[in-house]
Structure formats: structure tokens, C-alpha cells
Design a protein around this ligand. Structure first.
Ligand code: DX5
Ligand code: ZN
Length: 213
């Protein structure tokens, strides 16, 4: 199980220190939530801040785009060479084209499903991505309550993946904590994103270890 702390919940006044702290605490990826105030009702960070995160990090970035005009943002963040760029299928009309755009930079493409979007949406896309991110809250804010129907979706996606993409990674994002991590792992999740749980704890290493199980 890999853990990707979401820096959305960190102390932004001490951004570089916070990034260094989660790297030291054994995080696998830094999850970066880019919001544009249009696709979601919140604004987070732009390219200068994400660059500062990349500079402070000794582990790869996992960039989660919650934006309209996805291709524009893919071009904006590609030069930082993140491990993954993920975008929402609810927004993008030309999904295959954007997957190819991300791949053309040597970055692994991932698609994201909101809690209400069915796994069946992925039938003809799942073979073309490295990862699917399942949201377990409605995107826009850290610290929201976990929506348990994601457990069913993980199982369904594992099933679809076993037929169409055996190497598929499944990531879960939203309301993840030490109470639901085990359930998510057993259902078939590979990567857990956790914002408020990690940054709200006193000991980041202990928090990350408790999610890994
Ligand atoms: C929500 C973001 C999440 C968020 C998770 O829109 O995509 O990555 O930071 O925060 P927690 O773990 O506090 O739900
Ligand atoms: Zn996220």
C-alpha cells in the first residue's frame, strides 16, 4: 500500500518544511490538489506554488487536476515531471486525447471519478491509463466525511481491471483515515491519499504507517 499525503491540508506558511517532513516520514508520493474555482468551488495553488512543492520534495508528485480546460493545465505542469497527472472524466470531452497528451510528456495518465460517477464509465478507457483515482468525497475541500460506497466501486473496478488492465493502479482520495484504510486495502486499493488525517496528526510517520496497515 502506498501513501500519498495531500499537501492541501499542510501549513502553507511552512510549505517547504511540510513537504520535507512527509518525505522524511516515509510518504511515497506528494498529492497536489489543483483547483480552479470553476470545476470545483475552491481555488488552491498555481504553477509557482506547485514548483516550490516539487523543489522541496525528494519523492514524486501526484498531481490531481480539479479544473476546466484540462489540456491547458497538463501543459502547465508537465515540466515538473510528476509521476501521475489525473483529471476528472466528468469534465473532459476528449478523454483519449488528454491521456495521449499526458503520455507524450513521459508522465503516467490517470482518470478520476467523482463519487456519483459509475465505474462502467471506464469500460473503454481503463486499458489506456496507469491509474484510476476514485473520489470518496465530492472534490473541493479537505477534511470532508468519507463516502463508504467507494468500497463497492473499488471492487467493481478491480474486476474490470482484471479483464482489461491487470496492471491498473487504484487510488482513493477523500476522508481516508486509520479507521477505513484497512477496508480500502482489502477492497483492492493500491494508493491512499490522506490530507487532514496526516497533517492533523502530531507524528506524520506514525500517521502514514497506520494507513499502510
Ligand atoms: C479533495 C481533494 C483531496 C483532499 C483530501 O477535493 O482531492 O485530495 O485534499 O483531504 P482529506 O484527506 O482531508 O479528505
Ligand atoms: Zn486530491
Amino acid at each position: 500500500m502506498k501513501i500519498a499525503p495531500s499537501i492541501l491540508s499542510c501549513d502553507f506558511g511552512r510549505l517547504a518544511e511540510e513537504v520535507e517532513a512527509i518525505c522524511k516520514a516515509g510518504a511515497d508520493l506528494v498529492h497536489v490538489d489543483v483547483m480552479d474555482g470553476h470545476f470545483v468551488p475552491n481555488l488552491t495553488m498555481g504553477p509557482m506554488i506547485v514548483k516550490a512543492v516539487a523543489n522541496a520534495s525528494s519523492i514524486p508528485l501526484d498531481i490531481h487536476l480539479m479544473v476546466e480546460n484540462v489540456p491547458f493545465f497538463v501543459d502547465m505542469y508537465a515540466s515538473l515531471k510528476p509521476e501521475f497527472i489525473s483529471f476528472h472524466v466528468e469534465e473532459e470531452k476528449h478523454i483519449n486525447r488528454v491521456i495521449e497528451q499526458i503520455r507524450s510528456y513521459g508522465i503516467k495518465p490517470a482518470v478520476v471519478l467523482n463519487p456519483a460517477t459509475p465505474v462502467s464509465f471506464l469500460e473503454y478507457i481503463v486499458a489506456d491509463v496507469d491509474m484510476v483515482l476514485l473520489m470518496s468525497v465530492n472534490p473541493g475541500f479537505g477534511g470532508q466525511k468519507f463516502i463508504p460506497s467507494v468500497i463497492e466501486k473499488i471492487k467493481e473496478l478491480r474486476e474490470l481491471g482484471s479483464k482489461k488492465n491487470p496492471n491498473l493502479l487504484i487510488e482513493v482520495d477523500g476522508g481516508v483515515n486509520d479507521k477505513n484504510a484497512k477496508m480500502l486495502k482489502e477492497a483492492g486499493a493500491d494508493i491512499l491519499v490522506a490530507g487532514s488525517f496526516v497533517f492533523g496528526s502530531k507524528d506524520y510517520k506514525k500517521a502514514i504507517d497506520s494507513l499502510r496497515g
